[in-house]
Design a protein. Structure first.
Length: 139
């Protein structure tokens, strides 16, 4: 892949492709793009926005609900850094008839930019790979 649109098209076709997100993060980093670590964290945390149809348009959104592990649930401190005025304390973006319908790319870009605002120690914690349910626990 040679352009951002190539990566985004691939991710639109396969939203659960964490490896493509990691390669995209590397590609962004090579270009000095501040979204690179955020996309890396999205891949490591295996997060992707939930998608559906709202007002007869395709839409995606993030959700912040403690103790839920669904793929669009974002930790509260990270979620709180998403652009203000576009969501509430549970959903981003907030869906209304006049605004709030976002694409997967817009949602992930916003979350990647929000990640850069987290303190360094919190970023480091979120960049640690998640232990998958079928993996043995480390000692």
């Amino acid at each position: 892949m040679t352009t951002e649109d190539d990566f985004q098209t691939a991710l639109d076709a396969h939203p659960e492709d964490w490896n493509t997100r990691l390669v995209f993060a590397d590609w962004l980093q090579d270009r000095g793009d501040p979204r690179s670590t955020g996309y890396r964290a999205i891949a490591v945390q295996r997060r992707r926005p939930l998608s559906g149809t709202i007002y007869k348009r395709s839409a995606c959104w993030w959700h912040c609900k403690p103790d839920d592990t669904f793929h669009n649930i974002i930790p509260r401190d990270w979620f709180a850094l998403l652009p203000a005025g576009q969501g509430n304390n549970v959903f981003w973006p907030l869906v209304t008839e006049t605004r709030g319908v976002k694409s997967r790319r817009e949602c992930e870009d916003a979350l990647a930019r929000a990640f850069a605002q987290l303190p360094d120690d919190r970023q480091a914690a979120l960049l640690k790979p998640l232990q998958q349910p079928d993996e043995p626990k480390g000692e």
